[in-house]
Design a protein around this ligand. Structure first.
Ligand SMILES: [Zn+2]
Length: 329
């Protein structure tokens, strides 16, 4: 998927609006400060007059007058700053506050797209259409442990479904808390309908709110893109590759439900490997067990996952079924 012209225009207008909003906020802060500390307004007027005469002196080449003016200006600015903080305002209260200080809300740094612009593109192309509504319902605040039982014991690990879910929740919280400093990946596997997708949604919501770029694909959507790119040489799919390799978090949901062949298995390897090389995090959820994963996608995909991912196994009675049953009463 590439940006259409109208989508690009939409983003540019969004940045223009952001600049304007921040300028308006600054204007209102000035009005507020002037009303509360009129002396600051007088000093500001004085600063403008002095700056004007400084410019005149500069033009006339009057060096001595210039340096004394500079000194006077500095003193007034310091005085103004002192009055501002004494009145309880933050020292930068009368400066322009950027939404993204890195690109100063232009979207570009040295003619290259800023991280905030890349995130805006990904939000527009994927997140807004795919996720927004789901994330309102499925997040850490709505996550409940009441569906998990102490009596349902996983024969493979000997742990109860409740213990497994608590461990998984802890890992997911830690994943979010350390996301900007540490590189982690998660594989969620186990029974159907026990909250694997739910957990990946919880993480997605937190990270989107922290301004990270997140792409969520079901495995079939992802493999469709691989196939389109290979067989149709679709220019939109080319664009997708860059987003898929480069977004801060890629979530691949329901791996194993798509049609798999040796081509898609090798594409999956390239994708997972590329993201590990770029130290970009990935979360995979699957109903397959580890042996099935190895058989379906090859040994090298399997070893990449087991060496670079935290593997979490969730078990239990099907939560979706339980929820449906509960709704009937
Ligand atoms: Zn930026």
């Amino acid at each position: 998927m590439a940006l259409s012209n109208s989508q690009y225009d939409h983003l540019i207008r969004m940045y223009e609006k952001r600049q304007l909003d921040n300028e308006n906020r600054l204007r209102r802060r000035f009005e507020e400060v002037y009303a509360e500390v009129p002396q600051i307004k007088m000093l500001d007027n004085h600063i403008s007059e002095l700056s004007l005469s400084q410019a005149r002196k500069m033009l006339s080449g009057d060096e001595t007058a210039l340096s004394s003016l500079k000194k006077e200006l500095q003193e007034i600015i310091q005085h103004k700053q002192m009055l501002l903080t004494a009145a309880g305002f933050a020292p930068d209260y009368l400066e322009l506050h950027y939404t993204c200080p890195d690109c100063k809300d232009t979207g570009y740094i040295d003619n290259k797209k800023c991280h905030c612009f890349k995130k805006a593109i990904i939000d527009l192309l994927y997140t807004q259409s795919n996720l927004q509504e789901i994330l309102e319902k499925e997040n850490f605040n709505t996550c409940s442990l009441e569906y998990y039982s102490n009596n349902h014991i996983d024969p493979l690990t000997g742990r109860s479904s409740l213990t497994a879910m608590k461990t998984a929740l802890g890992t997911c919280h830690n994943f979010v808390d350390t996301f900007s400093e540490e590189f982690h990946n998660i594989l969620l596997y186990g029974d159907t309908g026990v909250g694997k997708t739910f957990l990946s949604h919880c993480i997605a919501k937190e990270l989107i709110e922290q301004s990270f770029s997140v792409i969520y694909f079901t495995a079939s959507q992802l493999f469709d893109i691989f196939a389109k790119n290979r067989f149709e040489k679709d220019p939109d799919a080319q664009m997708d590759y860059e987003h898929i390799y480069d977004c801060d978090l890629l979530i691949i949901d329901d791996l194993g439900t798509e049609f798999t062949n040796s081509f898609s298995a090798s594409q999956l390897f390239v994708c997972l490997n590329e993201r590990i090389l770029r130290r970009k995090s990935t979360i995979i959820s699957t109903n397959l067990d580890l042996d099935e994963l190895k058989n379906l996608y090859s040994e090298r995909v399997f070893s990449r996952i087991t060496s670079a991912y935290t593997v979490l196994r969730l078990t239990g009675d099907d939560i979706r079924i339980q929820k449906k049953l509960m709704n009937k009463f």
